[in-house]
Design a protein around this ligand. Structure first.
Ligand code: HEM
Length: 159
């Protein structure tokens, strides 16, 4: 696993904390952007609620639960910046689960772009080039582990 510099860790920790305790509204900004960039992802959420339009989906409790889960994973990564490898098994498993529900690894990159978009909206002037790079580096580590799990699950299915 790649390592982050101490400066990058500091930028990530301080900016994440500055978003406040309730991360869900920031997650909603992130997913609104994701669906703008890749509307087909809406179809992967097979909840009872009608997820026909972006607005229907974004306001459904099940969907907000998923947003909460995503923010908790990011929160776990931010809390483990010194030892991200301890999340490896969890992230492998998460990648496997997403392979099973039909998410492509290319979409993980679009999630990354949406995460940066959310940070830009939420941090305003605080969104600087080094901060952007720090988050991108962390997200790349998380997604690399998820993608390894995704690939393992894919292999399994074709055995
Ligand atoms: C490409 C965009 C994504 C789509 C379309 C997607 C879709 C889904 C779906 C359909 C489920 C199963 C239903 C549910 O639990 O709500 C799920 C579960 C989950 N997702 Fe995602 N997801 C995406 C990205 C992510 C990302 C980036 C993370 C975290 C970094 C994440 C974290 C989770 C977690 C923690 C679960 C619960 C897994 C479990 O049941 O153990 N998802 N996702």
């Amino acid at each position: 696993m790649e390592k982050l510099t101490e400066k990058e860790k500091e930028l990530i920790r301080v900016s994440w904390e500055s978003l406040g305790k309730d991360k869900v509204p920031h997650g909603v900004i992130m997913f609104s952007r994701l669906f703008e960039l890749e509307p087909a992802l809406l179809n992967l959420f097979h909840y009872n609620t009608n997820c026909g339009t972006i607005q229907d989906c974004l306001s459904s409790p099940e969907f907000l639960d998923h947003v909460t889960k995503v923010m908790l994973v990011i929160d776990a990564a931010v809390s483990h910046l010194d030892n991200l490898h301890t999340l490896e098994d969890f992230l492998l498993n998460l990648g496997k689960k997403h392979q099973a529900v039909g998410v492509n690894t290319q979409s993980f990159a679009v999630v990354g772009e949406s995460l940066l978009y959310m940070l830009q909206c939420s941090l305003g002037q605080g969104y600087t080039a080094p901060l952007r790079q720090a988050w991108l580096n962390m997200y790349t580590i998380v997604v690399a582990a998820m993608s390894r799990g995704w690939a393992k699950n894919g292999e399994h299915k074709t055995d």
